[in-house]
Write a protein of this length. Structure first.
Length: 327
């Protein structure tokens, strides 16, 4: 608990102090895409647009999110006006650009992760102000109810998660820059241990494409640009081209075949940086910056639109919602 407090509190203080003077972000661009018809170069930063959406009712950071049937659910996080941890669940409908409050999660916590399997959102791990947690709770949007599931093999905080073929994977986390990878099968309500991630880290993000889980960025003696790919079919890890911008407390999501990494923090402050990774070419490009610099945000994709939600910056806890439309 003491190491959690010192590391996370130090990072929050650093970013609050430095936020007013700006933050570091990638300035060099990879070569632009080329149009086969015209031969014209396209500036990668012009590929996409951001739009501001209805704010989330509860400002917070360190929450988790998942999409079920076109609705983005945001769960947990920190903090209320008294700096208490949250069990708040709020649902965003992009069709109406509106939010509704749902049944509260049984356990208040931040730094948790989430994944959706067969229409059920699983909230795993986190920190409740006193203990690191191995808690697993499942939310059914159809009945607006929560149930408790088998706990993770170990307590993990600031971990990441992804779902491959109906199996929920939990990777990395704190304490001690974990490199663990656990797999949860909802059909049997059981966990198994998988091949360890090569580089242990916390405050990372994870996203899935096909049968591969990508673990991106995070913190290990500083912000990392590391991206490592787990092949669920062979239970093996492989390296990939690092992000141009090292960062922790970021969010990632695939939109189609492209992985987008948004926001996060460094020693120097909060980021609005958006970078896109193409697994087919193992290359990154810089995209249009997010309007609001922030870390500890959550993200989800609905109908090809990436939604960046909440987070923290020099202004405090945020309820900001911004939507990215790639082109």
């Amino acid at each position: 608990m003491s190491r959690r407090s010192s590391i996370v509190s130090t990072m929050i203080v650093l970013t609050f102090v430095s936020g007013a003077s700006g933050c570091s972000r990638a300035t060099s661009l990879t070569p632009g895409a080329r149009s086969g018809a015209t031969g014209l170069h396209v500036n990668p930063q012009s590929l996409g647009s951001w739009n501001t959406k209805a704010p989330m009712p509860t400002p917070r950071w360190g929450m988790a999110a998942g999409v079920v049937n076109g609705i983005l659910y945001v769960v947990g996080g920190c903090c209320d006006s008294n700096r208490n941890f949250l069990n708040t669940v709020e649902a965003y409908d992009p069709k109406t650009d509106s939010w509704t409050t749902k049944a509260s999660m049984p356990t208040k916590r931040d730094g948790l992760a989430a994944g959706v399997v067969n229409g059920i959102l699983y909230a795993i791990g986190g920190y409740n102000g006193a203990w690191y947690l191995n808690t697993v709770e499942a939310y059914n949007p159809t009945t607006n109810t929560w149930t408790t599931k088998a706990p993770m093999p170990a307590a993990q905080y600031l971990l990441a998660a992804g779902v491959v073929n109906g199996i929920l994977y939990a990777v990395g986390g704190h304490p001690d820059d974990l490199n663990t990878l656990y797999a949860y099968d909802p059909a049997t309500n059981t966990w198994t241990t998988k091949a360890s991630m090569p580089t242990g880290r916390f405050a990372l993000s994870a996203s899935v494409h096909g049968r591969t889980l990508y673990a991106v960025g995070g913190w290990n003696n500083g912000p990392r640009s590391t991206i490592q790919a787990y092949d669920s079919a062979t239970n093996t890890w492989a390296g990939a081209a690092p992000m141009p911008t090292a960062r922790a407390f970021l969010a990632t999501r695939f939109v189609g075949d492209i992985l987008y990494a948004v926001g996060g923090s460094q020693y120097s402050g909060y980021l609005d940086t958006v970078e896109a990774y193409n697994p087919a070419t193992n290359t990154w490009t810089t995209r249009l910056s997010m309007p609001t610099k922030r870390a500890g945000l959550a993200a989800g994709v609905v109908n090809g639109i990436l939604y960046a939600v909440g987070g923290l910056n020099g202004s405090g806890f945020l309820n900001t919602v911004e939507a990215f439309s790639p082109r």
